[in-house]
Design a protein around this ligand. Structure first.
Ligand code: NAP
Length: 297
């Protein structure tokens, strides 16, 4: 039976440290501020934003939210970002990735001051991560790394197979895990929809990270005995419960779990860490901008 990588428990542990950091900042008269910006209509994105804002309240972070009409021109979004860049009470800015077709999300993100880019997606921060001199590491990859290192899962020299090449998961995660640092030194294979013989590659993995956005895409036949499996996918299926849906991952838990040594499930694995890292990055941003020098992740 695989050991479950419990993201909820680790996130709660990390939140304790964040509350302490917010308190330390308050002692020197500073309060971290996070602005979320949303220009789309997806109810799932709206609920993610609500959760992020609720976390802000609970952690003592000054949370602000800006909604922009999804028919507005890109310039309106850029103007909002320019204002937030200048706002001394805002240290971190996040543009939710649910944007209408006429908006290039990464182009929009490049309008954020790199010192406030707590999602780590501004070209400046992407470049720093690649160069091994990171400032803000994208939240989901850093959360995955923490989930692995917390459990003392050997990353050094491991064969890591990532099925995803997006800017928020696969590319930053591969850059993070190949760095010559603790929690790095892995050999990474990045797979995507054009990868030939995918199952051959996933079976080679010591650590398999999956984010294809296709419920239960990876089954037991694609995983070798003793693998660490990290399910990142978040799908929704209709369910007869209060919410009317259930979250499902990209890994078929039933057939994969008996073969894996460790498994980060959906829900309860990577998801809770993504949010906590966002707030960690916001606190780090506040320290950077306020010139406060004490321990940060
Ligand atoms: P995305 O940009 O659509 O990326 C999906 C990736 O899967 C792409 O690289 C795609 O390849 C690859 N893929 C799709 N079908 C495939 C196939 N048949 N074989 C191999 N590769 C295939 O999505 P994303 O934004 O990265 O998110 C992916 C999933 O992770 C979503 O379910 C999302 O909700 C979830 N997610 C969760 C968290 C969290 O905190 N837990 C954070 C971020 C994302 P191509 O590049 O060739 O198209």
């Amino acid at each position: 039976m695989a050991k479950i990588l419990d993201g909820e428990a680790l996130a709660e542990e990390l939140r304790k440290g964040l509350r302490e950091s917010v308190k330390n900042l308050a002692d020197v008269g500073a309060r971290p501020g996070l602005a979320t910006v949303h220009m789309g209509d997806d109810p799932a994105a709206e609920s993610y934003i609500k959760m992020k804002q609720r976390d802000c309240e609970e952690l003592g972070i000054n949370g602000t939210h800006v909604d922009i009409d999804s028919n507005a021109p890109a310039e309106e979004l850029y103007d909002v970002l320019a204002e937030l860049n200048e706002d001394p009470d805002i240290h971190g800015i996040l543009v939710q990735d649910d944007v209408p077709e006429h908006i290039d999300w990464l182009e929009a993100v490049s309008h954020i001051d790199p010192l406030k880019d707590v999602d780590g997606l501004h070209p400046n921060n992407v470049g720093r991560l690649v160069a091994g001199n990171s400032r803000f590491v994208p939240c989901t990859p850093l959360g995955i790394q923490k989930l692995l290192t917390e459990e003392n899962i050997e990353i050094e020299s491991a064969d890591v197979v990532i099925v995803n090449r997006s800017m928020i998961v696969g590319k930053p995660l591969s850059n993070l895990l190949i760095q010559k640092t603790d929690g790095g030194n892995a050999t990474v294979t990045l797979c995507h929809s054009r990868t030939r013989n995918l199952a051959e590659k996933t079976r080679q993995a010591d650590i398999l990270v999956v984010a294809v956005d296709n419920p239960e895409f990876i089954d037991g036949s694609m995983v070798s005995e003793g693998t660490t499996v990290v399910d990142v996918g978040i799908g929704r299926i209709d369910a007869d419960n209060e919410k009317g849906y259930e979250l499902v991952g990209d890994v078929d838990f039933e057939s994969v779990e008996p073969k894996a040594d460790y498994i980060a499930p959906v829900p309860g694995g990577v998801g809770p860490l993504t949010r906590v890292i966002l707030h960690n990055n916001t606190i780090k941003a506040a320290k950077l901008q306020e010139g406060i020098d004490f321990e940060t992740e």
